[in-house]
Design a protein around this ligand. Structure first.
Ligand code: AAO
Length: 512
């Protein structure tokens, strides 16, 4: 009996590690701050057809509206209630988007902010995205409702009431993260309100959650919440499917809390991956691409079955969170394409691609003064739609990295090689490396300051393949470089260090 219970518990835990991605797809894109109407259209016109597995959406619940600074992106990380109206749109628009994305096989993962409500300085009034009244001083959020009884003010042991020392796990979990009113998740009432919110989203049809600030919640508390979650909606998911849970825990080592405390609950963000990959592609600290031969667990990253990986996220692309200046973002587009290409070619982790908006960077002494700037907006603060041009690019400040040919094609590459082992490694003991994925795909990088000119064993069947970085296969022709693989699997590669994109990728479906 004991064994059965253990097995059931273990099974429940593992189930929350599965993103339930459909049709052999593999990758999630974070459409940061996009409106629901635009995400719905993007699922139908681009993400479904191009083989994206899912979208991480910005927090859909009611949030504070701030004027100083003016409508920062981070106002959405300050909940006022669990009503579903936000800067991205209304509840009806959210429901419509979830339905339309599910109908084309693209899952929706919701960024849920359940550790806290708004900041302690949030004031009193109806400056919230659905217009609900609240009073931060009095801890009064009648639209949930939460009252002063539902916060950790008495549990926190720092004089400021804020987290002062990340080495102390009690502070990190019982005190306020940057002044954000910390919910008492040990209370059954609070757990119930949070579970109701997540269940409402599950019933509408989402596939899972990115759980914000998981490090700041006790694993035992969130475990209770996760156990109360409904199974996914059987209109789109097999009966008995559990929500995919991936938890935001920043652990670069050396603090009181480690990612391992959350492994049994779901997947976890691997921030070391993002920080290291940036350092490698920038060739900082003596790092070289050839050292990534044992990339993944060999680098001290968490077990593959737990990891969600990314090159940059919405925080560290602008100096928030962790990783610092090494992070490679769209601002360094050439390096970014290579780093994302590397991530998508490599078997480790569940991969998430970032899709950003532009802002006017203004860096003074290493800090971006405009790190707060919100999405492209009209003068009334409402978010602008994402215009898409015939050449597939986006306008009005939306970057749409996921639409860059090199990145889209590597998302497809990852689907084509899914399940294949990491094979046929080659390196020049510097920054030129190549590896394959069984007999389904092969990729070659040149991040050195000289040309790459080498014949390699690709593991692919003989034939002519179209490079999906410099171009792509269109019908029976190729708009990019052609690579000839001999009957022995060997092919000659030449990549100048001055090319626009100094890497080449070929796969089973790019064979001409
Ligand atoms: C805003 C204002 C604040 C104001 C507050 C309340 O900026 O001045 O006090 O409102 O009025 C986002 C923004 C915040 C914003 C907040 C609410 O980033 O600026 O505050 O919305 O509007 C920690 C957490 C992590 C969190 C990250 C930003 O652990 O969970 O900070 N990320 C999520 C979201 C994020 C959001 C929130 C959480 C809140 O993704 O968008 O905040 O909902 C160390 C720790 C990390 C810690 C960082 C930063 O990291 O390990 O756990 O992250 O510090 O405090 C090296 C170290 C590395 C270290 C890093 C930075 O890299 O190796 O460990 O340095 O020191």
């Amino acid at each position: 009996m004991k064994l059965l219970v253990l097995l059931a518990l273990f099974g429940l835990g593992l189930a929350q590690h599965d993103p339930h991605i459909k049709h052999g797809r593999t990758t999630i894109v974070h459409l940061f701050e996009w409106r629901w109407a635009d995400i719905a259209a993007e699922c139908e016109r681009f993400l479904g057809p191009k083989g994206f597995g899912g979208v991480q959406i910005s927090p859909p619940n009611e949030h504070i509206i701030l004027n100083s600074p003016w409508r920062p992106w981070w106002q959405r990380y300050q909940p006022i209630s669990y009503n579903l109206c936000s800067r991205s749109g209304s509840e009806d628009e959210l429901r419509d988007m979830i339905t339309r994305c599910n109908n084309v096989g693209v899952n929706i993962y919701v960024d849920v902010v359940i550790n806290h409500m708004c900041g302690v300085t949030g004031g009193e009034g109806t400056h919230s995205s659905c217009g609900s009244w609240f009073n931060a001083d009095k801890r009064d959020f009648p639209s949930v409702p939460y009252s002063s009884l539902d916060f950790n003010d008495n549990k926190c042991r720092t004089s400021s009431g804020d987290i002062e020392n990340y080495g102390d796990k009690y502070q990190v979990r019982d005190c306020r993260l940057v002044g954000l009113l910390d919910l008492a998740l040990e209370k059954d009432y609070v757990r119930g309100k949070v579970a109701d919110y997540l269940n409402k989203l599950i019933d509408i049809g989402v596939a899972g959650f990115r759980v914000d600030a998981s490090k700041h919640m006790w694993p035992g508390d969130v475990d209770v919440v996760y156990r109360r979650l409904n199974n996914l909606n059987t209109k789109w998911f097999p009966g008995g499917s559990r929500a995919f849970i991936f938890q935001e825990v920043i652990d670069l080592g050396g603090e009181g809390i480690s990612t391992g405390e959350y492994f049994h609950l779901g997947r976890v963000t691997e921030f070391k991956y993002s920080a290291k990959l940036g350092t490698i592609f920038r060739r900082w600290n003596g790092e070289k691409l050839c050292y990534t031969r044992n990339w993944g667990e060999g680098w001290g990253f968490m077990p593959n079955s737990n990891a969600v990986v990314f090159v940059d996220n919405h925080d560290n692309q602008r100096g928030h969170g962790a990783g610092g200046a090494s992070i490679v973002t769209f601002w360094d587009s050439r390096l970014h394409k290579m780093a994302v290409g590397y991530m998508l070619a490599h078997p480790y982790g569940v991969t998430r691609v970032m899709s950003s908006f532009r802002w006017n960077r203004h860096i003074v002494n290493g800090k971006d003064q405009n790190d707060w700037v919100g999405p492209p907006s009209y003068s009334d603060g409402s978010t602008k739609p994402v215009p898409v041009f015939p050449d597939q690019t986006c306008g009005d400040g939306w970057v749409c990295e996921h639409r860059w040919r090199q990145i889209t094609n590597m998302v497809i590459f990852r689907n084509v090689v899914n399940g294949q082992p990491h094979t046929n490694w080659w390196d020049n003991q510097s920054n030129q490396v190549a590896f394959g994925r069984g007999d389904r795909g092969f990729i070659v990088f040149n991040n050195d300051d000289w040309d790459l000119d080498v014949t390699l064993n690709t593991g692919l069947p003989g034939g002519t393949y179209c490079d999906v970085i410099s171009g792509q296969k269109e019908g029976s022709s190729c708009t990019g470089k052609q690579i000839h693989v001999g009957s022995d699997g060997r092919a000659h590669f030449k990549i100048s260090n001055s090319e626009e994109d100094p890497f080449v990728a070929i796969h089973a479906e790019s064979k001409l």
